[in-house]
Design a binder for this molecule. Structure first.
Ligand code: CDP
Length: 223
């Protein structure tokens, strides 16, 4: 059987994860959050006292010990590092910056991309990230580049964090998004860019439901 795959790329805070999760729920697809895998890799480095930026060689030689697993439960996708559920721990601003820094390392990407391709072989999937339509699944049935203005993305992230009861500072979030935009699009290894054949969806000014409807319709067209 041929499975359908939809790739959603875009900058930090464009709403990829929440939108992809909702669309996957509507269509009965498996949602794969690849950003969570880079976050878990960053947490691995942090837990092992490895400075991601200044100790690259040490990090690369420790990658054999990187044990990330993705499991699906009633609560959706959960991310495990060394067998422990780190789904919440990987959402802090420190881990966000660490993920963006670790994502520039080709050896890290190679390892995670192989896992992601394997996952797409066994189900209809919606996979979100930065390089899904350019590198991971260049033959995806549906390719989408989801974006929004920096201001709007920072507002959404702020709201999301305060609603979860996390400490949030709007200016810090905005700076973090700008830093990651630059880092993600200027890196040599699989930079964030619009894939050939991808549809650009700018969500500035659209409601969450409108975006979900739009993407669901785009995928249904291919089914
Ligand atoms: O949700 P948010 O946009 O804040 O970030 P994320 O999707 O959880 O990804 C965290 C970081 O991992 C990003 O800033 C990227 O640098 C990196 N990433 C990547 O390089 N490639 C992917 N396929 C997914 C994430």
């Amino acid at each position: 059987m041929k499975y359908i795959s939809a790739g959603i790329d875009g900058p930090a805070g464009a709403g990829k994860s929440s939108v992809s999760k909702a669309v996957a729920g509507k269509l009965g697809f498996v949602y794969i959050d690849t950003g969570a895998m880079y976050r878990a890799a960053a947490l691995f480095a942090m837990n092992n006292g490895i400075d991601i930026v200044n100790e690259r060689e040490r990090l690369i030689s420790s990658l054999d010990r990187l044990d990330i697993a993705i499991k699906y439960t009633d609560d959706g996708q959960r991310v495990f590092l060394d067998g422990a559920d780190v789904s919440e721990t990987i959402r802090t601003p420190e881990v966000s910056v660490g993920a963006s820094n670790i994502a520039v390392i080709p050896e890290v990407r190679e390892k995670l991309v192989a896992m992601q391709r394997e996952m797409a072989k066994h189900d209809n999937v919606i996979m979100d990230g930065r390089d899904i339509c350019t590198v991971v699944l260049p033959d995806a049935d549906v390719k989408i580049f989801l974006t929004a203005s920096v201001e709007e993305r920072a507002k959404r992230r702020y709201k999301e964090m305060t609603e979860k009861g996390m400490d949030a500072d709007f200016e810090e979030i905005k700076r973090d998004i700008e830093y990651r935009d630059k880092n993600d699009s200027e890196r040599d290894a699989s930079p964030l860019k619009i894939a050939e054949g991808a549809a650009v969806v700018d969500t500035t000014g659209l409601t969450f439901d409108e975006v979900v409807e739009k993407l669901t319709a785009m995928i249904k067209e291919k089914m």
